[in-house]
Design a protein around this ligand. Structure first.
Ligand SMILES: [Zn+2]
Length: 321
């Protein structure tokens, strides 16, 4: 049986590494499965665990062999594994890491090697948390997934007229944060998100602030409703200019009132002297009016075409003029 030299076989898929490697030029005649503790592999590197190949040679079904520092291969069939993983002992458990924190699978030896380095550093700093790595676990913390859940949850409670706007902002946040782990969102990310909104949509500060406020609601929801984070990062203050209120002079008011269609005059005439919103006036019912005390209570409002009761404590008491 003829085997390529290690250099010949590896040049086919990792030429750049072979050139710099110190692989011996001898023939390998005992292709047997092996894996090496990565900790011993490089001087000074803080590698963790063992890199292993997932699966076997698709031609012969034998395990791939590991050529240290270079990768796995079936020398006979020139096949390499499509997936690798890091096998790691941790607190008496055996953890298998198949992807990095962003969910990128370990599809090359180089990627697995770099991740092993990173985990090594985290272990040294006591910052290693396997739930950040193991894919099924990690995707539970992806911003885009949790934002989706947030939207579904909030759609039930936000005003119907506000829903499509809410959805738009959440979609923008999903595009921005993607698979970032929500537990790793910091103030800097929020600042970058605000900049992204400013630049991508040429929004005014008021709209940017609104988007950032929704993001803050999301972070609070993560902490209070889901308990997946313990602290909400400090949010940047976004200065907005209050639009000056443009009052209509009473003379102009009566002129305008005369142009209102007759059938609309009662409601417009009611709104003019009372400080309530059109949606609130539309939602008034007989029971809300107290003729005795000449007052009425706003305890519901229309949002788009939906009648909504106000929450306790947000009622408004008006005196009939
Ligand atoms: Zn093979």
């Amino acid at each position: 049986m003829y085997y390529l030299t290690v250099e010949e076989s590896l040049r086919k898929y990792r030429p750049e590494r072979v050139r710099h490697s110190d692989v011996a030029h001898g023939r390998i005649d005992r292709p047997e499965y092996s894996s090496y503790p990565c900790v011993e592999k490089r001087q000074g590197a803080k590698m963790a665990g063992h890199i292993r190949a997932k699966g076997k040679c698709p031609v012969c079904g034998k395990p791939f062999i590991e050529i240290q520092k270079l990768g796995f291969i079936c020398l006979e069939h020139q096949t390499v594994p499509k997936r690798l993983y890091i096998d790691l002992p941790w607190h008496g458990q055996r953890i298998r890491v198949f992807s990095d924190k962003s969910g990128q699978v370990l599809d090359s030896y180089d990627r697995a090697d770099k991740l092993s380095d990173r985990i090594g550093e985290e272990l040294e700093n006591h910052a290693f948390d396997p739930s950040h790595y193991v894919t099924a676990e990690a995707s539970k913390f992806w911003s885009k997934n949790l934002l989706q859940r947030f939207l579904e949850d909030k759609s039930k409670v936000v005003a119907p007229s506000y829903r499509s706007h809410y959805k738009r902002i959440v979609t923008i946040a999903q595009d921005f944060f993607k698979t970032q782990d929500v537990r790793e969102i910091r103030k800097l990310d929020v600042i970058n998100f605000a900049d992204y909104c400013r630049e991508s949509f040429t929004w005014k500060e008021k709209s940017v602030k609104n988007a950032v406020d929704i993001l803050k609601t999301f972070m609070n929801w993560l902490r209070e409703d889901l308990e997946v984070i313990t602290t909400v990062p400090p949010f940047p203050t976004i200065e907005t200019e209050e639009a000056p209120v443009k009052w209509i002079h009473s003379k102009d008011q009566s002129k305008l009132f005369n142009t209102v269609r007759d059938e609309d005059k009662p409601i417009v005439g009611f709104l003019m002297p009372h400080g309530c919103r059109p949606g609130e006036a539309r939602a008034l019912k007989c029971k809300d009016v107290d003729l005795e005390s000449q007052s009425m209570t706003i305890n519901a409002t229309f949002s788009a075409e939906v009648y909504r009761e106000k929450r306790k404590g947000s009622w408004n008491h008006l005196f009939v003029r």
